[in-house]
Design a binder for this molecule. Structure first.
Ligand code: SIN
Length: 487
């Protein structure tokens, strides 16, 4: 019996989904999924390992053989049904998400819709995979390019977006004719399993969408990255883990796409609309309690408006309501684990010790060890850990700069290059700065930059490949050149 008040309790699954079957671990082992806000156990889920992962990969390969021969339109019809079912079950999926991830319920509902949008988008977009006819160098030849599904895809997804990071990979893979084996984060497997239940109900054939849940990420990851059947590996998570997985994939030369860490700067120029910049920087910082790869990690403000900006920013942050994501009054939820909150705190302690000023918050709240107070820090310097590390929590460090050149240099002084934001009213500056900063995504006077129609991805050590948009299909396709001679 579910402890969640779902409309449809059969969406709460505790077994893995392989080849259209709900399965336990061969070992019979299970592990607990807990609510980060209360520490309560929500479910005991089957704890699978390498053997079951290998089986899932083999089944995926079999299932793909007929799936890849279907027309894009036939595949699209089934994906559309999956999309419709996700939307029809939005509330239940959001309840499951808030329970296992902690995010505020309205944000969970938003993520379910965001996740579904990738299914709808790729169901349509795969109908438009065109090839080429290449003008030849000799008269007796014709050269043609066709695009084919790359093969079995393996995916490892994170806990911060337990739904959307799955659909952003699974939908393009399935839409072009691939099968996928997914390992969701052990913290948030229930959202992934609910998606599998809905894929099953939509009639997506057995073996195409497999979800292998297990606590032993290195063991499952080793199978996904070494099995020669897998032709493409896609990962969203930290840069150190991404590097390791890329090394593992190199042995069988798998195609990889990596959506890794970020260190997003928000550059606020003195000519910006300061109130809009404050609101934007707050939205960019505190979404999902600061636990996104594109969250503002360094707010960098021109010195002439620095004091006013810090004052206005702090006043707004003081209106946040920290609490359980299920309470309607809550505007900021807990962090995923007590360890995550302790790590965020260590960054604040380090900054304070080196002379920074905490203008509000600054510690783990008495509400519980996963609750970090919404925090603002001013008067920072480069030697502080918070200037370089991804915070992944509700802490806003506000730096200052004096010239545009300095702002660009500060923005680029990181190995990361995922999202960046810029607030200014000067159109010439918009172009100069956008072109000078090394980021895959640049938001101008706008921080809500994600959607299914845009190419999401980073430069430098933030990863490779793009997800969403027309470009999001490329990573799941092989280009084949056919030369017809003797004509
Ligand atoms: C992420 O943080 O990994 C994804 C954020 C988004 O899709 O907006």
């Amino acid at each position: 019996m579910s402890i969640l008040a779902l409309n449809d309790n059969s969406l709460l699954k505790t077994q893995s989904y392989i080849n259209g079957q709900w399965v336990d671990a061969d070992s019979g082992k299970t592990f607990d999924v807990t609510d980060p806000a209360t520490g309560h156990i929500i479910a005991k889920v089957a704890d699978l390992g390498a053997i079951e992962t290998r089986h899932a990969i083999e089944m995926a390969e079999q299932a793909m053989q007929s799936w890849k021969k279907k027309t894009a339109k036939e595949r699209s019809v089934l994906l559309r049904k999956w999309f419709d079912l996700v939307i029809a079950n939005q509330d239940d999926l959001a309840l499951i998400m808030t329970a296992e991830q902690g995010k505020v319920f309205s944000e969970s509902k938003g993520e379910v819709a965001y996740g579904a949008s990738f299914i709808e988008w790729f169901a349509e977009e795969a109908k438009r995979i065109y090839g080429d006819v290449i003008p030849n160098t000799t008269a007796d030849r014709r050269s043609i390019v066709i695009k084919q599904p790359i093969g079995v895809v393996a995916a490892v997804t994170p806990w911060n977006f337990p739904n959307a990071m799955i659909t952003r990979k699974a939908a393009p893979a399935l839409a072009v004719g691939c099968a996928i084996v997914l390992k969701p984060a052990a913290e948030t497997p229930l959202s992934a399993l609910a998606l599998a239940e809905l894929a099953d109900r939509a009639g997506i054939p057995a073996g195409l969408f497999n979800v292998v849940v297990g606590q032993n990420a290195p063991e499952i990851g080793a199978e996904l990255t070494s099995n020669p059947i897998v032709k493409k590996f896609t990962f969203t998570g930290s840069t150190p883990v991404g590097k390791l997985l890329m090394q593992q994939c190199a042995k069988t030369v798998k195609r990889t796409s990596m959506e890794l860490g970020g260190n997003a700067p928000v550059l606020v120029f003195a000519d910006a609309d300061i109130d809009k910049a404050v609101d934007g920087a707050i939205a960019a910082k505190y979404r999902n309690a600061g636990q996104t790869c594109i969250c503002a990690n360094r707010i960098i403000v021109q010195d002439s408006i620095y004091a006013t900006f810090v004052e206005k920013f702090t006043a707004k942050v003081n209106t946040f309501n920290l609490g359980n994501g299920f309470e309607s009054s809550t505007t900021l939820g807990p962090l995923i684990t007590a360890k995550a909150a302790a790590n965020v705190d260590s960054l604040v302690v380090d900054a304070r010790a080196k002379g920074a000023t905490v203008t509000t918050g600054g510690k783990i709240d008495s509400m519980g060890d996963t609750f970090y107070q919404p925090t603002v820090i001013a008067n920072l310097s480069d030697d502080m850990r918070i200037a370089k590390e991804e915070i992944f929590g509700p802490v806003a460090p506000i730096f200052s700069f004096s010239t545009e050149e300095e702002a660009i240099a500060m923005a680029n002084a990181t190995e990361f290059g995922l999202a960046s934001y810029l607030f200014t009213q000067d159109i010439a500056r918009v172009w100069r700065v956008s072109e000078a900063i090394d980021y895959g995504m640049v938001g101008i006077n706008e921080v809500s930059i994600s959607s299914e129609v845009i190419p999401f991805g980073g430069m430098k050590e933030s990863g490779q490949g793009r997800e969403g948009s027309k470009y999001g299909l490329d990573d799941y396709l092989e280009i084949k050149y056919i030369c017809m001679g003797d004509l």
